[in-house]
Design a protein around this ligand. Sequence first.
Ligand code: CAA
Ligand code: NAD
Length: 282
Amino acid sequence: MPDIKTIGVIGAGQMGAGIAHVAAASGYKCLLWDAQTPALDKGYKGICTQLKKLVEKQKITAEDEKKTLANLKAASSLKEFASCDLAVEAIIENVDIKLKLFAELDTILPSSAILASNTSSISITRLAAGTKRSSQVIGMHFMNPVPVMKLVELIRGLQTSDDTYAATKACAEKMGKTTVLAGDGPGFIVNRILCPMINEAIYLLQEGVKPEDIDNAMKLGTNQPMGPLTLADFVGLDTLLFILQILHRELGEDKYRPCPLLVKYVEAGWLGKKTGRGFYSY
Ligand code: CAA
Ligand code: NAD
């Protein structure tokens, strides 16, 4: 197994940028890449802004900020990932697009490197089978917002080796995270429980209950930090719908059927905070 020193993150959206931020702040050299140059710029600039805020709040020192930025590089091409010991994929939640990227990474990464996916719901066994390094493929599921949330779910595919699991666990811990081992089933642990709850909240909205009442009920009644509809906007309604479709299809039970109102919002391009409109306006 490689001694992990350099981490490559693919996808500079809300999750990829957060993972790159935490990796670089934890002392890893980190390369960040996105297929869309504006997304890469936005992700990199977002990390710089977050670091500045942390210095202002005296959570980190100016020296920490400098060291983190020195560890972080926006890569100009995926070819640069030839220097990575671990690659963490955080691109769009679409199995065909992820498989295509995995095949490409498989040819670029050193043969000893680990290939991890931050997927919310896709089978790790299936992603691994599309590579020639299936024993070195693992699920490394960070939570949003990555710099704040303490959990990383680790998911072993059928083929994942003990060494890959141990090295990935040690890496997540060096990033200050606590890991749990989830089964390679739809939604793993967190999304298997969380997404049906959010879906129920959307059914209530469809039945005419006001969004503020649904969110306040769950915030004040069950001590959740944000209500389910706010959380849905924060996660991204496209990602939420994709996860629910996988739960519905693979578990085969009606209780996972995505609420038709959620489908309509995604069709309208109302994807939540990232597009300025979801169940709320931003
Ligand atoms: N990046 C970095 N730091 C952030 C941040 C971000 N995007 N958003 C908030 N923070 C930090 C703030 O800087 C603040 O830090 P300090 O306490 O050090 O000052 C801290 O988080 C609290 O933020 P705020 O005071 O602004 O707001 P808040 O108290 O409402 O907390 C929250 C914000 C942490 C997001 C909180 O609302 C929360 O925990 N929400 C639930 C998040 C959650 O459930 N995430 C899991 C989603 S499911 C998932 O990720 C899996 C999947 O596959 C879909
Ligand atoms: P996002 O839409 O914010 O970002 C995705 C990024 O991937 C975009 O910048 C896009 O340009 C880029 N991208 C798309 N296809 C690409 C390709 N072929 N090569 C390189 N870059 C590509 O999405 P996100 O919310 O950051 O989610 C990313 C992954 O993390 C998904 O698998 C999602 O299920 C998972 N996830 C999301 C959350 C969440 O709360 N949003 C939490 C945990 C895990």
